[in-house]
Design a protein around this ligand. Sequence first.
Ligand code: PLP
Length: 368
Amino acid sequence: MVGEAIRGRFPVLASKVYVNSCSQGALSDAVRAGYEEYLDGWDANGAEWMFWVERAEAIRGRFGELLGVAPDEVALQTSVSAAVSAFVSGLDFRGERNRIVISENEFPAIGQIAHAQELRGAEVVQVAPEPEAYAAAVDERTALVCSTFVSYRTGRVHDVEAIRAVAHEAGALMLVDAYQGVGALPLDAAAVGDVVVGGTVKYLLASAGLAFMYVNPAVRDRVPTQTGWFADENIFEMQIERYRPHPSARRWDAGTPPVPNIYGGLAGIGLILEAGVGKIAAHVAGLAERLIAGCAELGAQVVVPDGRGPLVCIRSTDAPALVAALGQDDVVASDRDSNLRVSLHLYNTDEDVDAVLAALARRRALLA
Ligand SMILES: Cc1ncc(COP(=O)(O)O)c(C=O)c1O
């Protein structure tokens, strides 16, 4: 179900034109019920420890479905930052292969963690987001290539498959930050990266505090030093004799799983998988096309006019003022750099797009 058929599940849509899923997905009845189920179980039974561990395995499986990979290729984390820090803690930057190549569109989580590795011997190179720019910078000195899937700043969908080919040609690892996009665009994790990270706050419709990390089994020998007891081969043994990382991607798990967020995450991802990511992507593409065509008629500049993702960025003379002005018209959007960000998802409709365009027409002075 997409569009009109699913809107009733999201109370905020009764009063707002919600085009802000790139910041946070709208709250559904299902996610609210997920949190209530967690609290009810706690009330009724006290610590439901074994059940909570089982829920963690359930969400691992759902992440796997979403990414087209096996559950034991997925690590559970609380944020992309924590996941990426854990992964890079297993890389050695002291030798000849010490470079990390990132694009200028990376989220700070990736850019800042890459620079933190300079303390461990790494050298960071920043390039334009095109595969050709990566190709010019990636060579036998490169340990890790990072690319965002969809830019949070421009809405551009990066050609991560081509960038991965560049990385592999040079013998480097490829990390994809799929946070912007996962749930709204199909993603075959194994085809785009050795490591693919993302979380539940945005198009996966749940809350902060839950993230995933796919790690290709071929690169599991990069053993992390940033770890936790849930990464052990057998957490129930409670052993303290040695570091014994799990043979699967669980070796990148951390401490006690974020149980409440897992309840919310299961509900949010459930809605996405039920609707079908392919169907959501087609729906979103139609809405984006309508919005981009409407912007052209208004004379508004779209940053990536041939965009094929869920995020459309529109240039503004004063983006925060434009966001505030749209807010007065009950349009919930956001801004980055000097752009208005309009983000489209399964629950948006042609009427939402038309309402955004009408609001923009009333605020022409704030369009660049
Ligand atoms: C592309 C991208 N990566 C990462 C994040 C968030 O990272 P973290 O889970 O570490 O807060 C965001 C959130 O806005 C994002 O847009």
